[in-house]
Design a protein around this ligand. Structure first.
Ligand code: PLP
Length: 453
């Protein structure tokens, strides 16, 4: 156990007044929280003045780091010009138009329309409603179930949490709701059978999906949603050929593929979109997070013209398209989205990520050699090191031991913020990180791991 100093006054006020997401609430009174005050580049500083490399880009989102002057200027200008307006009832605002146009330009598949939300959860919730709406419009009222995957993370609203395939989001919450099906998680290290090759494992994933579809009836299934790389499930990168195999089964049964690019969009995997890196051909896309580099909350759903036309047809019957969020298409979020994309392009942020990817890879491979690490997985600029009790047999630690969270705390004490997902330590640095800073981040990661041994 780590020594726990007494809570500061601010920590006490925090614990007295806030409900903290994804936090063991029963421990808060003794652990307190780490209260951040300011950020600069890839660093954040707590209220005690200690600095940390933010190795998770906050929550996989602050790709441009903290305090980017151009972003601040764009925000200020938008707030001065029009701090709020909406796009309901045939009203609009220029930043939303401009951002939708930019998204269409950079989308990995043909996209003709964009629907804005305030978050990734709302984007995925909207995806489900839109798939239902589309199939009602197309006279297929029974084609409504959505396939997701075990260990997927798609958010926390009632529907997006139901799509999520993690016990912590279901247990105690009366989820998942009906109409959600979970298929296998493509994590070869954990779920590959004895003696099975990656190719055989992939074929088994596709077979299992086919069996699920045939069991449920293809006429009852609207869509499958998938993150190109599973993030909050433990940074799980599927084997080569996985999405091609899955996509073939979906196409055969007229089931659309939704790519959840909330983490993987905007360069995180070394391409604009994770779909490109993982060879997915989704019909629709959800995004958020690096859409504004987290300088303001914003999410988006992108759809092609044929699907949009089904909304038009249905709206013609019903009178209005009855969906929308007060802050969906918020001027501040949209102005910052436009500016973030402009910066990604003009500063060649994706080129920078690509340039540092070999270093990221070599440091992940070095982590894989550590006695505590069972598997170190990565894709572009996102990685995860899974800690195990026995490297040879892959035996995990007893989750009650809390080895992951304790190790993340040791790393934090060494000046780097990373994230424990069970016993996997995730790393997802701001995309602007310099070579020396990236090395320093991994050095601090290793120091914490050595102390945990
Ligand atoms: N989808 C994915 C892949 C995510 O990683 C997340 C959040 O981490 C979400 C959806 C939910 O996004 P939000 O927290 O903005 O609701």
């Amino acid at each position: 156990m780590l020594d726990q100093p007494p809570l500061t006054n601010l920590q006490t006020r925090d614990v007295e007044s806030l409900i903290h997401p994804y936090t063991p609430l029963h421990k808060l009174k003794s652990t307190g929280t780490l209260i951040m005050q300011r950020g600069e580049g890839v660093h954040v500083f707590d209220t005690q003045g200690r600095g940390y490399i933010e190795g998770m880009s906050g929550l996989w989102c602050a790709g441009l780091g903290f305090g980017d002057e151009e972003m601040i200027e764009a925000a200020t200008e938008q707030l001065r010009t029009l701090p709020y307006y909406h796009i309901f009832s045939a009203k609009s605002i220029e930043p939303a138009i401009e951002l939708a146009e930019k998204l269409k330009e950079i989308a990995p598949v043909p996209i003709s329309k964009v629907f804005f939300t305030s978050s990734g959860s709302e984007a995925n919730d909207t995806q489900v409603k839109l798939a239902w709406y589309m199939n009602n419009a197309r006279g297929r009222p029974n084609k409504k179930k959505i396939i997701s995957r075990i260990k997927a993370y798609h958010g926390v609203t009632v529907m997006s949490a139901s799509l999520t395939g993690l016990p912590g989001n279901h247990n105690g919450w009366d989820l998942p709701v009906d109409r959600v099906l979970h298929t296998d998680c493509p994590h070869f290290y954990r779920f590959g059978a004895e003696g099975e090759s990656e190719a055989e494992f992939t074929a088994r994933m596709a077979k299992s999906l086919r069996e699920l579809i045939e069991r449920e009836g293809p006429d009852t299934i609207a869509a499958m949603i998938a993150e190109p790389v599973m993030g909050a499930g433990g940074v799980i990168v599927p084997p080569k050929g996985y999405f091609e195999a899955i996509q073939a089964v979906l196409d055969e049964h007229d089931i659309i593929l939704i790519s959840d690019e909330v983490i993987t969009g905007f360069g995180r995997t070394g391409n604009w979109w994770g779909s490109q890196t993982l060879n997915m051909k989704p019909k629709t896309i959800s995004t958020a997070k690096q859409l504004t580099s987290a300088y303001a909350p914003l999410g988006a759903v992108m759809v092609p013209e044929d699907i949009y036309q089904s909304y038009v047809d249905h709206s013609a019957q019903l009178g209005t398209f009855g969906h929308g969020f007060t802050y969906g298409g918020h001027p501040l979020g949209c102005a910052l989205g436009v500016k973030a994309i402009e910066i990604y392009q003009k500063r060649d942020i994706i080129g920078h990520v690509r340039k540092l990817m070999p270093l990221f890879e070599s440091r992940m491979k070095r982590l894989a050699e550590h006695p505590l690490v069972g598997e170190a997985r990565y894709c572009g600029f996102v990685g995860g090191a899974e800690l195990v009790a026995d490297k040879k047999t892959r035996r995990p630690f007893d989750p009650k031991q809390g080895v992951g969270p304790q190790t993340a705390k040791l790393i934090e004490n060494n000046g780097a913020v990373l994230r424990a997902i069970g016993d996997t330590i995730a790393i997802c640095p701001p995309m602007i990180i310099r070579e020396d800073e990236l090395n320093e981040l991994f050095d601090r990661f290793e120091k914490g791991l050595n102390e945990a041994e």
